[in-house]
Design a protein around this ligand. Structure first.
Ligand SMILES: Nc1ncnc2c1ncn2[C@@H]1O[C@H](COP(=O)(O)OP(=O)(O)O)[C@@H](O)[C@H]1O
Ligand SMILES: N[C@@H](CC(=O)OP(=O)(O)O)C(=O)O
Length: 422
């Protein structure tokens, strides 16, 4: 039996009706048996759902946000389907479900679980529309709910995959279908042991493609982006970028670890473990080769720049003039772990621990609250974390001009600086 091909289309590739038409042309030229399509929410829908939730939590009126979101999807449908097509009733029904859910109580204690139910809605509506459009174009696909097979624990918002259970469900439930029909499903969402909806972390649809590819023993996974492939810097931020024709799994994983947002950081590992190549291709130039990430790529030393915005630098100073020791680091990491916060950069001095973390709702205040009794804490918000892999000699300086540098670290292969515009 032929190995499954997995294609993943993110928010940019389904951001409007023209984009969905383009997606259908990509599929038309490549459709075959054992074909799995993963789609994300349309455009910035997930951000809109997050804002809507923030308003609800603050007790503000969010009805206009819901109406705008619904209108956005209805207009996409109007650009794709004739009047009276069944998709309009399906979209109407999904928004009714969203409305009902939003009438339930939300507070800080049930926020994460509530979040997963609401925010995964973007993928549910998007996948309905795209599946209906492909069928309307006589490209027969079967719509499947990813929550049937992507099993996770109950860490809402950052759910961890139960790989064994997921592989079993993929084999027993989806493989037989894939032998006859392509499947279209959602990225980003899963379900916990009690069947409650979970999400895999923001931008997690690339990861879903990797989970399903690994679980189905796929031949390859392809993620379709608005860029020609993986470049040595984000072309939206830096000029004179260079595309990598190929990258090793390790190189790619390292770039994503430091924050190259073109691929979700968890995507590479399951593919590397299973030896499945990952292609990053442009949905605008689908015949162009893009970037192939695989096990046999030659190493390179092209300076590669990664920028993470919205960073917070927090410094914990011991209050009694003892020196920093293991116990202090342990205390800080214990709380970071409890709050599901990842350290993007760490620096130790004799009397302080400095960490750089992503800005996340409520998290900073909770961290301060928990560690205040033990440390004198200072923090700076609104920062950028610049990482240069394989920096050229004195190459970093150009990226620091016009910036105040709050923290800097360099090793032979990596330069990092926390910067703020002056
Ligand atoms: N090193 C890089 N190479 C290519 N694109 C990058 C890189 N770093 C960041 N990006 C950004 O990643 C974007 C594509 O990823 P993303 O927006 O997550 O796609 P989608 O949500 O449609 O899957 C590009 O538009 C680009 O701005
Ligand atoms: N829609 C989700 C999941 C995702 O991965 O989206 P995208 O493929 O557009 O990055 C998010 O925005 O977080």
């Amino acid at each position: 039996m032929a190995k499954t091909l997995v294609y993943k289309f993110g928010g940019a590739s389904v951001k409007d009706s023209e984009a969905v038409k383009n997606l259908s042309e990509i599929i038309r030229n490549r459709l075959r048996k054992n074909f799995l399509i993963v789609v994300s929410a349309m455009g910035k829908t997930t951000n809109s759902l997050e804002s809507l939730l923030a308003k609800k939590l603050a007790g503000e009126d969010f009805s206009e946000n819901s109406a705008i979101l619904k209108q956005f999807h209805v207009e996409i449908c109007q650009g794709l389907f004739p009047k009276g097509h069944a998709v309009f009733a399906q979209v109407e029904n999904l928004f009714l479900q969203l409305k009902n859910k939003l009438e339930q109580e939300l507070n800080r204690d049930n926020y994460d679980e509530f979040y997963d139910e609401i925010v995964g809605f973007g993928e549910l509506v998007s996948s309905r529309i795209v599946a209906e459009y492909l069928c309307f174009q006589e490209l027969l696909v079967v719509w499947k709910d990813a929550r049937e097979v992507v099993h996770t624990n109950s860490d809402f918002r950052f759910a961890k995959v139960d790989w064994e259970k997921t592989a079993k469900s993929c084999a027993s439930q989806w493989r037989p279908v894939l032998e006859s029909f392509p499947i279209l499903t959602q990225g980003f969402i899963g379900s916990d042991p009690k069947g409650r909806p979970t999400t895999l972390g923001r931008e997690g649809s690339d990861f879903t493609a990797a989970i399903l590819a690994a679980s189905l023993g796929a031949g390859s996974a392809t993620i379709w982006k608005d860029v020609p492939g993986v470049l040595n810097a984000d072309p939206k931020v830096f000029s004179n970028t260079r595309k990598f024709d190929e990258l090793g799994y390790r190189e790619a994983a390292e770039m994503t670890y430091f924050g190259a947002s073109v691929i979700h950081p968890k995507t590479i590992k399951p593919l590397a473990n299973a030896g499945i190549p990952l292609f990053v291709k442009s949905f605008l130039y689908p015949d162009a080769p893009g970037t192939k990430i695989h096990g046999e790529a030659a190493p390179h030393d092209v300076p590669t720049i990664v920028l993470k915005t919205n960073q917070i630098l927090v410094s914990f100073k011991v209050t009694d003039f003892t020196f920093i020791e293991e116990l202090h680091i342990h205390r800080v990491y214990e709380q970071l772990q409890a709050l599901k916060l990842r350290v993007n950069m760490l620096q130790l001095s004799a009397i302080s621990i400095s960490i750089v973390i992503d800005a996340q709702l409520f998290k900073l205040e909770q961290l301060l609250e928990r560690l205040k009794p033990e440390f004198e804490i200072r923090y700076n918000e609104g920062l950028e974390l610049l990482t240069i892999l394989h920096p050229a000699e004195n190459g970093a300086q150009a990226y620091l001009e016009g910036y105040e540098v709050l923290l800097e670290q360099a090793s032979r292969n990596t330069f990092q600086a926390v910067r703020r515009k002056t």
